[in-house]
Design a protein. Structure first.
Length: 603
């Protein structure tokens, strides 16, 4: 199909505005084209800093353009041009967060220090670092916090959570975000006059499942009644009451969710519309705790909310630092410039998962700093980080090379007529191929296709067979009736009637089975996109990088994508690419255009 002559969305918008009386010349049409294209690329607005003065004057003269105070289709705010909806969302999200960022009294302040000492004993962070042989990396330039000065940042975050209504914890995998939240929950239960209603949620079903697992692991030493919280973790969509039409919601400002405390994990995956909906449906007196890695890939929809909220130097006010001296060893950094999120953000830099000489830990740090280099590996196959030439993969037999990463899994399928389902799930979950995009030689569609062709050659799948024993299945759309969510992964196994079932890990550590034919939205997932992998971890990860297409190249392979992929690996990562592809991705730090940072800064 030739799409070259199909009018753009901006073309139709320009015609609509012209029919309502605005004189839309060619310059303005081009701006509208760029604005609509920017929104398609997940930017919330268009940067007009380089716009000619004559075009700016013409734009301001149009009746359809306002400054945000009127309900005009377009908003020109400073040097940013918005569609009205996205301007309203950004301004509202900033206002709601700023309003929530205020002190909240602890019910039993006389016990605050004692309870903190019980869960965060003095020197506990230094002792943990010594046990794990982890050094504190220097924080990136411009960040007001790190792991230095002997400060226990997990204890600081707990103090913020107990004495304020807003807390944003950001840090990479292995920095203890979830472990800290478990302790925060215990402190809230211990120090509240009445047992608070605590809700836990994540943007996707897979992230919610990971949060359940992490909470369940972290509460092993706490009272049994505490374990019920893990089973109540849900997706944000379910918490907010999204109806089956996918467009209407049960909870909003007029019917808020019942929560004294809302804790949201994987906040980097929250887009601008979902952030607005969540904040609107949260009671104004509730505590809000957001967890996430601001360096990860942004959401798949418009906005980069967490990164915007954590950008720059926010730090602590003199008043909070003075108060914290009674409870925290060491002086917190005081930042003189005012910020509407001051005292709300806590950064975790110390990594408890990787030793300082760990290849994966070092790779993640070097990607963040932009210093990682791609050098084809000549060392052993089991090295923690291996770089392999993509051209060699193309020239050889790519299917045989890629299927070899699943040898243990394939061996289970070949040796057992009725494979052990828990073992299948466990072994498959150890390895995954991640792709930067869906199309192309190294894309998800092609990789899954060629791997299934190998299974046909080995007699593990019949040609044209949709479901077969051992097929890994990923849900691609939320199904609330089946309680399966976008990103959930199961394994296809034989049923008792000759058909097939798909086995999924359930919320309580068991397995639930669904008829394969009931799964309307699913796909094979030996390979998946890096975006889909967020919230997951794999013992061995294989990353395929390829030349980006001309359309949307800046979105496909970026430094954030490399960092997100690297931090999904627990023990080993194999990267196929070349120096040029790697360098372009590493240098591609193009942030999404947004005004949220401006709105949360004090004037």
């Amino acid at each position: 199909m030739n799409t070259a002559n199909i009018p753009s969305i901006g073309h139709y918008l320009a015609n609509l505005l012209a029919r309502h009386g605005d004189p839309i010349n060619d310059d303005v049409r081009r701006l509208l084209d760029k604005l609509c294209d920017s929104v398609l690329r997940q930017h919330s607005c268009l940067d007009l800093s380089a716009m000619p003065e004559e075009t700016a004057r013409r734009l301001k003269s149009l009746a359809c353009v306002g400054d945000g105070d009127d309900n005009t289709p377009l908003v020109l705010y400073g040097e940013r041009l918005y569609l009205q909806r996205y301007f309203a969302w950004e301004k509202s999200v900033a206002a709601m967060l700023s309003e929530r960022n205020r002190p909240q009294a602890c019910d039993h302040p006389e016990r605050l220090g004692e309870e903190l000492d019980l869960l965060f004993p003095p020197g506990s962070e230094r002792n943990a670092a010594a046990r794990h042989q982890v050094e504190t990396p220097s924080p990136p330039e411009g960040e007001g916090q790190g792991g230095g000065n002997g400060i226990d940042w997990q204890r600081v975050a707990a103090l913020q959570a107990l004495t304020r209504r807003l807390l944003i914890i950001t840090g990479g995998p292995g920095t203890g975000k979830t472990r800290t939240v478990v302790k925060i929950i215990a402190l809230l239960l211990a120090l509240s006059a009445h047992e608070p209603v605590i809700r836990l949620a994540a943007p996707t079903g897979k992230a919610a499942m990971r949060l359940k697992d992490s909470i369940r692991e972290g509460i092993s030493d706490l009272p049994k009644s505490f374990s019920a919280l893990a089973d109540q973790v849900s997706t944000l969509h379910r918490l907010l009451g999204m109806r089956s039409d996918g467009r209407s919601w049960r909870h909003d400002a007029d019917n808020p969710i019942d929560a004294d405390v809302l804790i949201v994990d994987e906040a980097s995956m929250i887009d601008l519309p979902l952030a607005h909906r969540t904040l609107s449906a949260l009671p104004p007196d509730s505590r809000l705790i957001l967890l996430g890695d601001a360096d990860q890939l942004p959401s798949v929809d418009v906005g980069n909310v967490l990164a915007d909220l954590c950008s720059g130097t926010i730090g602590y006010s003199g008043e909070f630092v003075e108060f914290a001296r009674k409870f925290v060893h060491g002086d917190l950094p005081v930042v003189e410039n005012k910020h509407k999120l001051m005292d709300a953000v806590c950064r975790f830099e110390r990594n408890y998962r990787f030793a300082p000489d760990s290849g994966i830990g070092r790779l993640a740090r070097e990607i963040r700093a932009g210093t990682a280099s791609f050098e084809v590996s000549s060392g052993p196959d089991d090295a923690s980080v291996r770089y392999l030439d993509l051209a060699g993969l193309r020239a050889g037999n790519p299917a045989e090379r890629l299927i070899a990463f699943f040898d243990d899994y394939i061996r289970l399928l070949e040796t057992d007529e009725k494979p052990d389902v828990p073992e299948l799930l466990k072994v498959f979950g150890q390895t995954r191929i991640l792709c930067a995009r869906r199309e192309g030689f190294a894309g998800v569609i092609n990789v899954n296709r060629v791997l299934e062709a190998i299974l046909e050659q080995r007699g593990l799948k019949r040609q044209g067979q949709d479901f077969y024993t051992g097929r890994p299945v990923m849900i691609t759309r939320n199904d609330y009736n089946l309680e399966l969510f976008n990103g959930d992964i199961g394994i296809c196994v034989p049923g008792t009637d000759g058909g097939f079932l798909v086995a999924f890990p359930d919320a309580r550590g068991g397995i639930k089975y669904e008829l394969a034919l009931r799964l309307a939205h699913q796909e094979t997932c030996f390979a998946m996109t890096v975006h889909k992998s967020q919230g997951s971890e794999f013992d061995h990860l294989v990353l395929l990088l390829d030349e980006s297409p001309e359309s949307f190249p800046e979105q496909l392979q970026t430094r954030a994508l490399l960092y997100t992929a690297a931090t999904r690996a627990k023990n080993r990562i194999t990267i196929y690419g070349n120096g040029d592809i790697w360098r372009r991705a590493l240098e591609n730090t193009s942030a999404r255009m947004s005004g949220l940072q401006t709105f949360v800064k004090s004037n």
